[in-house]
Ligand binder design. Structure first.
Ligand code: SF4
Length: 296
């Protein structure tokens, strides 16, 4: 945790910023790829959001990359594949339509694709532990020819289907919560005789989750910064909220309420993997402003 109180001596409240707050390497890589592509190729399109953050998407759009919802003729166009990947079908369709592909998929996500495909070839029934509608999960499902089971919560395990499986290959959405994963896996082990399990939660997610398991008990309040569309920010918020009820999820500094800070001795701040450093700095500056005003 970094102490960010030194420059502002009016602040009596401590602000602790998580070391892991903000961009992970996969998001950094995707943004760098997008910005470099915008300089050298035109026109460039992205199918959906390159990362789950409105500010980042806007910044990329300002560089000339256009967001599209579906593919059309791709002759003379470049298509940027987002950080959390896409299905094999989308990729093939884009190539057939004539797009030149620039793949900004995170290497950790590509590794999950590789593992899932290998397990399928080995004859395992594939189970993905993750959020059914999330881009990354749809991308993993879209790598496979067989029917895939996606499970997001222990209570949503489709028991009738699970009981019929004799061999399961299990991969995990990169940003899943470890405790949720363990609870699901424990139940699956009761019913499936042979399981080849691959914990594909990525390292940046593990680091963020580890920090947010400690910070809520050491701070009066927790502020979690990130887009409401970001699955990993949601996960960090949920963990924090379960440990400290004074946990708040904001996307920008103007969402911070003065009342949250009343009587707080210290504030823990963390941010999702697609949250830019500018948003983090703005939130910290806003907290300092509110505290400073409330002293006078
Ligand atoms: S959260 Fe993990 S999998 Fe997703 S982009 Fe970042 S490093 Fe890659």
């Amino acid at each position: 945790m970094a102490d960010v109180n030194k420059t502002e001596n009016k602040i009596f409240m401590k602000i602790h910023l998580a070391k892991s707050a903000g961009f992970c390497f996969g998001v950094k890589k995707a943004i760098t790829t997008a910005l470099e592509t915008a300089k050298t190729k035109k026109p460039v399109f992205m199918l959906g959001d390159i990362v789950h953050n409105e500010k980042v998407v806007k910044q990329i759009q300002e560089k000339g990359i256009k967001k599209i919802r579906r593919l059309s003729s791709g002759i003379g166009k470049t298509l940027l594949i987002r950080a959390h990947g896409c299905s094999q079908h989308t990729l093939e369709q884009a190539l057939e339509l004539g797009y030149k592909i620039i793949d900004a998929t995170c290497p950790m996500v590509k590794e999950i694709h590789k593992i899932a495909r290998k397990l399928e070839i080995q004859g395992y029934r594939i189970i993905i532990i993750g959020d059914k509608k999330h881009d990354e999960v749809l991308g993993i499902v879209g790598q496979l020819k067989s029917k895939v089971i996606v499970i997001d919560k222990p209570r949503n395990i489709p028991l009738e289907k699970i009981k019929k499986i004799t061999r399961a290959g299990i991969v995990v959405q990169s940003t899943q919560d470890l405790n949720n994963l363990e609870a699901i896996l424990k139940l699956l082990r009761r019913y499936i005789p042979e399981i080849s399990f691959h914990n594909t939660i990525c390292n940046p997610t593990r680091m963020k989750q580890n920090e947010v398991k400690i910070m809520p008990s050491k701070n009066s309040i927790m502020i979690i910064i990130g887009s409401k569309t970001s699955a990993n920010t949601k996960r960090i918020y949920e963990i924090s909220k379960s440990l400290n009820k004074n946990s708040y999820w904001v996307n920008s500094a103007d969402e911070i309420k003065k009342g949250w800070l009343n009587n707080a001795k210290s504030i823990g701040v963390t941010a999702g993997a697609s949250t830019p450093v500018s948003s983090i700095n703005e939130v910290i500056a806003e907290i300092k402003t509110i505290c400073s005003k409330s002293r006078h």
